[in-house]
Ligand binder design. Structure first.
Ligand SMILES: Cc1cc2nc3c(=O)[nH]c(=O)nc-3n(C[C@H](O)[C@H](O)[C@H](O)COP(=O)(O)O)c2cc1C
Length: 316
């Protein structure tokens, strides 16, 4: 039994070499990290958001360190789908062979999500089909004036976003939800009924960090999204609750910085685990987490990590 056998997992019909996925917005489009992170050593990479038009993002500063974790208001800054097609999709096709590629998509209107998916799908087909493995629809960003959480707050809007995008691709569609939803289980069910193949839980939590010398928000936008260790139990609970209510796979994200954090998500019901803030702080963290997962398997005589998904012993 090799570590490759122990850690491999198939999710939404895609084989991942291990369950660790770089979280959207913290890994660029891959090329930016190529010399810093062993990208071929993780299970997957989720790109930064892609929108129809380029987005300048919010005023700086856009990121601030907290005692534990981080607050950001990047505002979904991205070069737009045309540039992503010409500069980044070909790079993903030719440089990442073992690692699955998920593209995060965002829009100001439901039609925008469908347009980005349609354009990227056509581009991926002409780049040899291996450029993109799945899409992640971000309907949960807290730091933008439009195109953020409103799509998941209203069931009808959420259905429309997913149905329109679904019609544009045969690749798996993950839908990323906010931990702030009043009833995340209900929203998750709406997403699955509308055609989501998987769910990503969770995005950042809205927060405000104040510079008390200036009596102003630290971030240029004002408020931002909180990520890092404090989000771990929030995301784990959301994963556990949703995984009991739906049958699709879950990518658990929020506050993961060790193998045991990742195991919490898996035991709660996640098949894949995202790492964001921890990787921004230490680019070697994702690879270390993979090693820690393997060590845990060896210590516990677990031959396939996939078997521990949803094995939390707790019923209420
Ligand atoms: C700087 C930064 C940028 C982010 N950008 C995106 C984004 O473009 N799309 C998205 O869905 N999530 C984005 N996120 C949220 C992360 O993907 C992740 O859900 C969140 O940070 C929680 O994980 P963590 O605690 O491991 O960082 C961003 C997070 C950070 C810190």
């Amino acid at each position: 039994m090799t570590s490759a056998d122990r850690l491999a997992i198939t999710v939404a019909g895609l084989a991942f070499q291990n369950p660790i996925v770089l979280a959207s917005g913290t890994a660029g489009y891959g090329v930016e990290l190529a010399n810093v992170v062993d990208l071929e050593g993780v299970g997957g990479l989720t790109t930064k958001a892609v929108s129809v038009e380029p987005r300048a993002g919010n005023d700086s500063p856009r990121v601030a360190e907290l005692d534990e974790g981080m607050i950001n208001s990047v505002g979904l800054a991205n070069p737009g789908v045309e540039r992503v097609k010409s500069a980044y999709v070909p790079w993903l096709a030719s440089h990442l062979t073992r690692t699955r590629k998920l593209v995060n998509v965002v829009g100001n209107a439901a039609e925008d999500y469908a347009q980005v998916v349609a354009e990227l799908d056509a581009c991926a087909r002409s780049a040899g089909d291996a450029a993109i493995d799945a899409y992640e629809l971000n309907v949960s960003c807290p730091n933008v004036k439009a195109g953020g959480m409103e799509f998941s707050a209203d069931p009808e809007s959420l259905r429309t976003v997913i149905r329109l995008a679904r019609a544009q691709t045969r690749r798996p569609l993950f839908v990323k939800l906010s931990p702030m939803l009043p009833d995340i289980v209900r929203t998750a069910k709406v997403a699955v009924d509308a055609g989501a193949d998987g769910l990503t839980l969770v995005n950042t939590m809205p927060g405000l960090a104040i510079d008390v010398e200036r009596r102003r928000p630290i971030l240029g936008f004002g408020s931002g999204g909180v990520s890092g260790p404090g989000l771990l139990p929030v995301g784990v609970l959301a994963t556990w609750r949703v995984s009991r209510a739906v049958k699709v796979p879950i990518i658990g994200i929020g506050g993961v910085s060790s193998g045991s954090d990742a195991l919490q998500y898996m035991m709660a019901g996640a098949s894949l685990v995202g790492v964001g803030t921890a990787a921004m702080r230490d680019p070697r963290a994702p690879q270390r987490i993979v090693k820690e997962l393997d060590a845990w398997c060896r210590r516990h005589d677990v031959y396939s990590l996939a078997g521990i998904v949803g094995t939390l012993e707790w019923s209420i």
